[in-house]
Design a protein around this ligand. Structure first.
Ligand SMILES: O=C[C@H](O)[C@H](O)[C@H](O)COP(=O)(O)O
Length: 229
C-alpha cells in the first residue's frame, strides 16, 4: 500500500469516527481501513465515549478488545446505529465489492442490521463501472465442486481462494466456509450478476447493493462524501 493510500484511509476513518456519539451501538468492520477506525474509536472510548461495538470478524474482535472497546453481540443488540466498514471497490451508485479479507458474511449480516452503513476507503477503490477486483462468494465446502462447475459454465472464471500462508490449503472463513473468487473483468450490471448467485451451497457473496448509506473517500488531503444517486 502506498503511503498516500494509507493517509487517505486514515482521513476517511477519522471522518467516520467523528460521527459516533454516546449511547450508540457501532458495527466494527473488517480490513485495514476498518482497523484504523477501530483504533480511533478505541482512543475516543479511552477518553470517555460510551458506546458498544459489534465486530464483523474474529480479527476485528481482537483489535477491538486490544483497543478497550466494550463489545456486544447481535443477540444482545440486534439493532446497530452505525456500522463503519471498508470496501474493495465502489461505484457512484454505491454498489460495493467486499470480502477481500474473507469477512463478507458477518459484514453483510451486521450491515443489514444497521440503521447506517458508512463505507470508508482510499481513492483507489472508486471504480465506474465496478472492476479491478474479483467478486468473492462464500460457499459451503460440501458443495464446492458443483458450484465451481456452475460458475465456470456461466463464464465467471471461479478460483478457490487459498491461504496466504500456505498455498496448498483453502482459505477458511470465520464461519468455516470456503471463498470462491469470481474473476469477472467488469461488472456493468451488478444486479444481473447478483441474480446469478443463488445456487444451493452459496452462503453469501461480496456484492453489497443498496446497502451503503454513504461513502467517505480520502483523496489527497481531503475527504469526499458520496451519497446514493
Ligand atoms: O473481507 C474484508 C472486508 O470486506 C474489507 O472491508 C475489504 O476487503 C476492504 O479492506 P481494506 O480496508 O483492507 O482495503
Amino acid at each position: 500500500m502506498t503511503s498516500s493510500a494509507s493517509n487517505e484511509k486514515q482521513l476517511a476513518a477519522a471522518a467516520a469516527v467523528s460521527m459516533i456519539h454516546d449511547g450508540m451501538v457501532i458495527g466494527l468492520g473488517s480490513g485495514s481501513t476498518s482497523a484504523i477506525a477501530i483504533e480511533l474509536i478505541g482512543e475516543r472510548v479511552r477518553s470517555g465515549l460510551q458506546i458498544v461495538g459489534v465486530p464483523t470478524s474474529a480479527a476485528s474482535e481482537q483489535l477491538a478488545k486490544r483497543a478497550s472497546i466494550p463489545l456486544t453481540t447481535l443477540d444482545e443488540s440486534p439493532e446497530i446505529d452505525i456500522t463503519i466498514d471498508g470496501a474493495d471497490r465502489f461505484n457512484d451508485d454505491l454498489d460495493l465489492i467486499k470480502g477481500g479479507g474473507g469477512a463478507l458474511l458477518r459484514e453483510k449480516i451486521v450491515a443489514a442490521a444497521s440503521k447506517q452503513l458508512i463505507i470508508i476507503t482510499d481513492s483507489q477503490k472508486r471504480s465506474n463501472p465496478l472492476q479491478g477486483f474479483p467478486v468473492p462468494v462464500e460457499v459451503v465446502p460440501f458443495g464446492l465442486k458443483p458450484l465451481m462447475n456452475r460458475f465456470a459454465a456461466l463464464q465467471l472464471s471461479p478460483r478457490l481462494r487459498m491461504r496466504s500462508d500456505d498455498h496448498s490449503k483453502p482459505f477458511v472463513t470465520d464461519e468455516k466456509n470456503f471463498i470462491v473468487d469470481l474473476q469477472v473483468s467488469q461488472i456493468a450490471a451488478p444486479h444481473e450478476l447478483q441474480s446469478l448467485l443463488t445456487f444451493p451451497g452459496i452462503v453469501e457473496h461480496g456484492l453489497f447493493l443498496e446497502m451503503a448509506s454513504f461513502v467517505l473517500m480520502g483523496e489527497g488531503t481531503e475527504v469526499q462524501r458520496f451519497d446514493r444517486r
